[in-house]
Ligand binder design. Structure first.
Ligand code: NDP
Ligand code: GDR
Length: 369
């Protein structure tokens, strides 16, 4: 954190941040990332730091620290020459905080990744989801376009916007959202298009299909499966409760997808791009691949629990990312089976640590994550 673990800043630090310079004296590019503590935020930050950027992230207050995905990137801000990631408190539901950081930092690029991103949860808290996902994007766009030096803007759009429109889905496929989350993402998409058309803002929509990793939140289906599988393999649990296994998703690796976000903002003209593997698998196929990899049969462990069914489901998503591949020169590097193995291997290691603690009586192995 700049300043201290609470993100507080001295005036001296602020002025240093306003015009960051590399060791050679050149002006470094500055990126502002919302949702930096999330899965994509952490991969994007790694990527941008690797490109020599200074990265500022907006984090929201929580009663526990929520920066676990970034801890390996944290450098004490007192080592000013090395600390190129800085975190500041803000919230997309608080326009004044968003505007203040945009105007203070005058970033070259803004990546809007913040969201209440869980589709099922959006049915439980629709009002809040709409406020953060749709109006939050509008607040940020407004802050960017009215700043004294408008940044290039990336909006984290979603394949959920296609909803019930059949695959393959491309930039020209009509939206038919099936959840409050998806409807809010459609609004954010059109706000972004509108700010591009109305104000000439360099604003891009990435329409990203599902992307996963060992850093995926544990209540999304892929990670829920691999976390449980690690524990089942180590004898820490026996059952895994899931909802609809027949839904089909186009699953890629998050580490690959953040490069596409950056590439969109490096083009001569702003635009909207579908980012996907162009391959689709059912949840059941994911189960088969994951359990099969460690020599288990998923049918011995999975129990269907209707509480995980959604009021309206998105049955089938499969991208057509021809535009991104041709215009951005982007393509995914990690395929489906490699992704599954990466996540299972990672979660087997976590389960091994949990087993040591459980055997020593430090944790109750019956308490599932
Ligand atoms: P995560 O859920 O992992 O991260 C969401 C981030 O948003 C977290 O940093 C979270 O903070 C932050 N956030 C939530 N509410 C607020 C708020 N009110 N103000 C400020 N920040 C907030 O999502 P992903 O990293 O997976 O996804 C990144 C973006 O891409 C999201 O917008 C998501 O909707 C979108 N997307 C994701 C896809 C995917 O497959 N992963 C596919 C398509 C789109 P905290 O850590 O405190 O909770
Ligand atoms: P999704 O991801 O809704 O596609 O949104 P999620 O992993 O939550 O669901 C994928 C599919 O799996 C089915 N499913 C279950 N899902 C969860 N979470 N838990 C279960 O127990 C379960 N059982 C079956 C779901 O019904 C669904 O069909 C993700 C998020 O990252 C969004 O923010 C993003 O926009 C889209 O991907 C693209």
């Amino acid at each position: 954190f700049a300043g201290d673990k609470n993100g507080a800043h001295t005036e001296e630090e602020r002025s240093l941040e306003a015009v960051p310079r590399s060791m050679s004296g050149e002006r470094q590019k500055v990126a502002l990332v919302t949702g930096i503590t999330g899965q994509d935020g952490s991969y994007l930050t790694e990527f941008l730091l690797g490109k020599g950027y200074e990265v500022h992230g907006l984090i929201r207050r929580s009663s526990n620290f929520n920066t676990a995905r970034l801890d390996h990137l944290y450098v004490d801000p007192h080592i000013a020459a090395k600390a190129r990631m800085k975190l500041h408190y803000a919230d997309l539901s608080d326009a004044s905080s968003v505007r203040r950081w945009v105007e203070t930092l005058l970033p070259d690029e803004v990546y809007n990744l913040a969201a209440q991103s869980h589709v099922a949860v959006s049915f439980e808290i629709p009002d809040y989801t709409g406020d953060v996902v749709a109006t939050g994007a509008l607040r940020l766009l407004e802050a960017v376009r009215s700043s004294s030096r408008p940044a290039r803007y990336y909006q984290a759009g979603s394949s959920e916007m296609f909803g019930s429109t059949p695959p393959p889905q491309s930039e020209t496929t009509p939206f038919h959202p099936r959840s409050p989350y998806a409807a809010a993402k459609v609004a954010a998409h059109w706000y972004t298009v509108n700010y591009r058309e109305a104000y000439g803002l360099f604003a891009c929509n990435g329409i990203l299909f599902n992307h996963e990793s060992p850093r995926r939140g544990e209540n999304f289906v892929t990670r829920k499966i691999t976390r449980a599988l690690g524990r089942i393999r180590l004898g820490l649990q026996t059952k895994l409760y899931l909802g609809n296994l027949s839904a089909s998703r186009d699953w890629g690796f998050a580490g690959d997808y953040v490069e596409a976000m950056w590439l969109m903002l490096q083009q001569d003209q702003p635009g909207d791009y579908v980012v996907a593997t162009d391959e689709s698998h059912t949840v059941e196929e994911f189960l088969q691949a994951a359990f099969g990899y460690v020599g288990l049969d998923w049918k011995d462990h999975v129990v269907i629990d209707p509480r995980y069914f959604r009021p309206a489901e998105v049955d089938s998503l499969k991208g057509d990312s021809t535009k991104a591949r041709q215009a951005l020169g982007w393509k995914p590097k990690v395929g489906f089976h490699e992704l599954v193995k990466m996540m299972v291997d990672h979660d087997l290691e976590i389960a091994k640590k949990e087993k040591v603690l459980a055997d020593a009586g430090y944790i109750d192995s019956q308490q599932q994550p």
